[in-house]
Unconditional design. Structure first.
Length: 189
């Protein structure tokens, strides 16, 4: 199935999604990678506010390249999400609804996704130019000293994504290979 979603996201928005579905995401998406997640964790430990509201938010694990003239952003391909796993359950429990990246996630993240009715979506790895085409506006909102890892507020329009982890415990990294093997056995059967 294909879904058109707009941030901020609610549990009700995400409830129909199943691993393998396609999402065209529009609205505001924030960027944050390793260093920014570390700083956000420090702020939370100190009882200070984050640079953006987590409730219903989507975070894209990306460190974009500098924009070209006339473009909102440079290449914006996903980074490996597992590096944020130690921070993610806490953020999900505080209201984060959606993560965008690539690669498998830990069991603690999977459990937090289900517990909070959230999702983890895949952006196309190796296709940063394609992903950047969905980004209509980009501004740094926190920690410009982090360079490409600064937190940015993106305005996206129909960003093409695939559901990797759904709110019901579905995991495309498990169901995808199983479905492929079953179809191969059927062909040979």
């Amino acid at each position: 199935m294909q879904y058109h979603l707009h941030t901020p996201l609610t549990r009700e928005d995400l409830a129909p999604l199943q691993a393998g579905d396609t999402v065209l995401l529009s609205g505001v998406v924030y960027t944050a990678r390793d260093a920014a997640h570390g700083r956000m964790s420090d702020l939370l430990d100190q009882g200070k506010p984050l640079p953006f509201d987590l409730k219903g938010a989507a975070i894209y694990y990306v460190g974009p390249t500098p924009e070209r003239p006339g473009c909102a952003i440079g290449a914006a391909g996903p980074t490996t999400s597992g590096r944020m796993d130690k921070f993610t359950p806490r953020l999900l429990d505080l209201g984060l609804a959606c993560m965008i990246g690539k690669g498998k996630r830990s069991q603690a993240v999977k459990d937090a996704v289900v517990r909070n009715g959230a999702v983890y979506l895949a952006a196309i790895g190796g296709a940063g130019a394609l992903m950047s085409g969905s980004i209509k506006h980009c501004e740094i909102i926190a920690w410009p000293d982090l360079g490409c890892e600064a937190v940015r507020r993106l305005e996206v329009e129909e960003m093409p994504l695939t559901v990797l982890l759904d709110p019901h415990g579905g995991d495309l990294y498990q169901s995808g290979p199983a479905a492929y093997l079953a179809s191969k056995q059927e062909e040979q059967g």
